[in-house]
Design a protein around this ligand. Sequence first.
Ligand SMILES: *Cc1c(COP(=O)(O)O)cnc(C)c1O
Length: 324
Amino acid sequence: VVPVTKGNGYGFGNRTLAAESTVIGVATLAVGTYEEMPHVFDTFAGDILVLTPWRPWQTGSVDDDRVIHTVSRVDDLHRLAVRGRHPRVVVELMTSMRRHGIEVTELPDVAKLLEAVRFEGCAMHLPLAGDHHQAAAAPLVEQALDAIHEYTDRRTIWLSHVTPAQGAAIGGPATTDVRLRVATAMWLGDRTSLRARATVLDVHQVRRGQSYGYRQRRAWRHGTILVIAGGTAHGISLEAPTPATTARQRVVAVAQGGLDAMGKALSPFRVSGKRRWFAEPPHMQCSMIWLPGDVKPPAIGDEVDVDVRFTTTAFDHIVWEGKQ
Ligand SMILES: *Cc1c(COP(=O)(O)O)cnc(C)c1O
């Protein structure tokens, strides 16, 4: 298993996940970009695989013995090879994902360059949807290994977005050594063990007709304004575009967009068991939430649950409870 850490470190921070990878005792940790490498380099002493393919403008740490580069173009492999320093490389193969990768037809050109680098295997990034992509992956592995076997006896493949069973099915026929690159299933695998919470900073009773907020909207009935810690700086309400693939998901997205257009948006903050409306768009470090007059407001200092994505939220602090 090759744990992956990148971005906000899946809510925990890259340094925390690097430390966790050290505890687990894995040989290799993957990061998303070259820019993220300094976050993990001192905390994790093993090898570091960079998932973003190497490009000629990446001049730092090219020959570092701990760094494994992903190469997705023959031209880039050529540039690394001619430097004469034998950098460590994984060759990314093009899959139906169509993000980065070398086509199988180009592999004879790749093979000739492998003597000038330390070849660590081939990588495949499979789409999340559909088993048929996985069915196509096993023949691709065999084809790839055939194309290069005269130049290397390394039979390692690095896979993404597959379960251990799928990894075995893909790598098994060609008897390869399979490395699974995993993040979400590993760091956020048991969501019931994680809780995001926000602190109530202020509570204000508002009468019908009274105005509030930056925009001086008027309350159309009696209620409570809650000022809750957590705003745009924490990623509150900065949502990734919905992948809405089903009709129902599209209806929900359109309905949500319509409410947004009316200046009404559902907040991720849960008060008395329900997500509540923003009183106005979130501010940088806090949010103003509207609570109807018939709901008993929480007290200042109380914590409320927040429904947020861990990959887009910047938490102020992390509290570890129970067994360490
Ligand atoms: C981010 C990433 C992963 C980890 O993805 P999860 O779905 O979070 O497990 C694996 N492979 C590549 C190439 C990635 O960019």
